[in-house]
Write a protein that binds this ligand. Sequence first.
Ligand code: ZN
Length: 292
Amino acid sequence: MQGKEAVALLACGLVAAAAQAAEFFSGSSALDFTKQMVAFGPRPSGSPALKKTQDYLLAQLKTRGCEIVRDEFTAQTPLGPVRMVNIIARFKGTSGRAVAISGHYETKKLPGVNFVGANDGGASAGFLLEMARVLAGSKLHNDVYLVWFDGEEAFGPWSATDGIYGSRHLAERWSSEGALGRIKALINVDMIGDKDLGILQELNSSSGLRRLVWQTAAQLGLGRFFLNLGGAVEDDHVPFLRRGVQAVDLIDFDYGPNNSWWHTERDTIDKLSAESFQVVGTVLLEVLRKLE
Ligand SMILES: [Zn+2]
């Protein structure tokens, strides 16, 4: 019972915060979207389960009134060529500028392990789908791109050429199309569903944008979920940073005791909570408003 009361109290605090910023972002809806995709099982790049995930994402997005791009390409991996697909949803604003919110939706290929990636690959994909639901009913100043990256995970040891395939591809594509100059900010989310949410101050990120997120969280009374701890993580924001885009990575990189659930079969849906999605969604919608 004590646990239930704690959840109810937390929910009340969040509702108060949500009233100022993001009235309609629902953490439980984000968790539900995540559940649907986790149910497809392990979802590595090029797998039939990831194709099902793509179909599910596209079917959901078709109801949201956004422009949808399937950005398909062949990645050269240590295991040979792999077909990959980024999914991009564009919600149109009026300013001529754009903000991107991104995350990966595939799971790491771990042969012999039933790795369903609820937090790592699932949470970011479900979070973005809930964001799409909210944005579909919003009047926007800037365009908002929601991007589901394929191929974030490395096939062998992480290296400059193995990992973040989808974001490297899209940063290059947007650069050659002349679209990068329109992007005011890119906010990447990864592993943000953990019940025990603690977001790292990721040190590759643009410091001004990172400060904006931390200040906004503090103003909303949600500062305790955004840590004072710093650490550098290579993630899907990096290819955009390298091309001069302001970008931040929001990642909880402490999952289970000593991060021991990360990349294991213990990364399951019971480790996630609606409240954690609610915290990140509430903060990001307010950050979007401030970036107008
Ligand atoms: Zn991972």
